[in-house]
Design a protein around this ligand. Structure first.
Ligand code: NAD
Length: 332
């Protein structure tokens, strides 16, 4: 299949590009490089450096490459930044995304796979969370994603597109062969931050809050290995579409680990250990976010292969070591 991947130079998008090429698909990437890395795009993929909302080059690519499916990863992804700069998030994740989606509709593309997030659920009433839980985001990032979901539902209702919406829980880890991984400077996700602390790239790890309603008082999250997450997207390419229908699937493993549990694993994997500093809880961190992903397992026949916190942490740590060399070679 010919698949267009937006945000293909970023963390999850680049893993998708690799898996798609390995499965024999033809791939084109659009990325503005606002947060992407050129070295993350394999030579076999066609690459257009452009903003998703930039009509002239995007329409040209749609006309020439003629994608049969689109995977839309391009977005801004930092929750704390979205709180400080909401306009930036609504503009990129909703306004620009909706312009791009309209171009896809005009090009007649039905199979549209959208990266959404558990942040659309806000603070859920119960865990594990299934896809019918209320959408009540508590930050601009989650809200910007939920608006784009809504636009896709509206288009689906009039038969213009058949979106598959994946709501990701906490994506972590790297490809086992370490060709790519998370490479954003100043990461903010726990496993990346802990990997940096384990390698002495930051002096300490901050642990926010010990008064949550969880087994040890620290926040609990459902960590999913990026390769399993991306595998669900490839299954989405085979899913029999029904015109006018939108499908939503949660992606997580269905069980969570607390901040303390993740730190314990990272301390064990690190050579020298690292200091941890306790700090008060942060605004807007729900106690627990755990996915009920039984729908993806049943309907898409999705079978995770890397449901193992130690493996997730080890690949993240190994990747972080490799990233030091890549950054030195690329002088970034
Ligand atoms: N990382 C996670 O844990 C997580 C969790 C839930 C959902 N998601 C979603 O997954 C998707 C990918 O996230 P990621 O972690 O790989 O982020 P990332 O920042 O590593 O990758 C995003 C890529 O999109 C590109 N991009 C951003 N805006 C663009 C635009 N307007 N035009 C063209 N390119 C643009 C960036 O340059 C970057 O390469 C996002 O949609 C995000 O909301 C991520």
């Amino acid at each position: 299949m010919r698949v267009l991947v937006t945000g293909g130079a970023g963390y999850i998008g680049s893993h998708a590009v690799y898996q798609l090429l390995e499965a024999g698909h033809e791939v084109a990437v659009i990325d503005s490089m606002v947060a992407g890395n050129a070295w993350a795009i394999p030579e076999k993929a066609l690459f257009l450096k452009a903003d998703i909302s930039d009509e002239q080059p995007v329409k040209k690519l749609l006309a020439e490459f003629k994608p049969e499916a689109i995977m839309h990863f391009a977005a801004f992804v930092e929750v704390p930044e979205s709180v400080r700069e909401p306009q930036k998030y609504y503009e990129n994740n909703f306004t620009k995304a909706s312009r791009f989606i309209q171009m896809a509709v005009d090009a007649g593309i039905q199979r549209f796979i959208f990266s959404s997030t558990a942040a659309v659920y806000g603070t859920p009433e119960k865990n594990p969370i299934n896809e019918s839980a209320p959408v009540l985001p508590i930050n601009p990032y989650g809200a910007s994603k939920s608006f784009t979901e809504r636009f896709l539902f509206d288009l689906a209702q009039i038969g213009k597109i058949s979106p598959i919406i994946f709501r990701y829980f906490n994506v972590a880890g790297a490809r086992l062969d370490l060709k790519i991984g998370q490479a954003r400077p100043n990461p903010f996700h726990l496993i990346n931050v802990a990997s940096e602390a384990a390698l002495g790239l930051r002096p300490k790890l901050m642990m926010f809050g010990e008064d949550y309603q969880t087994k040890d008082g620290t926040c609990e999250r459902d960590y999913i290995h990026v390769e399993d997450l991306v595998a669900a997207h490839l299954l989405g390419l085979q899913y029999p579409l029904e015109k006018g229908k939108a499908e939503i699937f949660n992606l997580g493993y269905g069980h969570g680990f607390t901040v303390k549990e993740v730190i314990e694993v990272m301390q064990k994997l690190s050579e020298k250990g690292f200091p941890v500093e306790k700090a008060p809880r942060r605004e807007g961190d729900p106690d627990s976010l755990v996915a009920d992903s039984s729908k993806a397992q049943k309907i898409l026949k999705w079978k995770p292969n890397h449901d193992d916190l130690e493996l997730i942490c080890q690949t993240a740590l190994n990747w972080e070591k490799k990233l030091i060399q890549i950054r030195a070679q690329n002088k970034v």
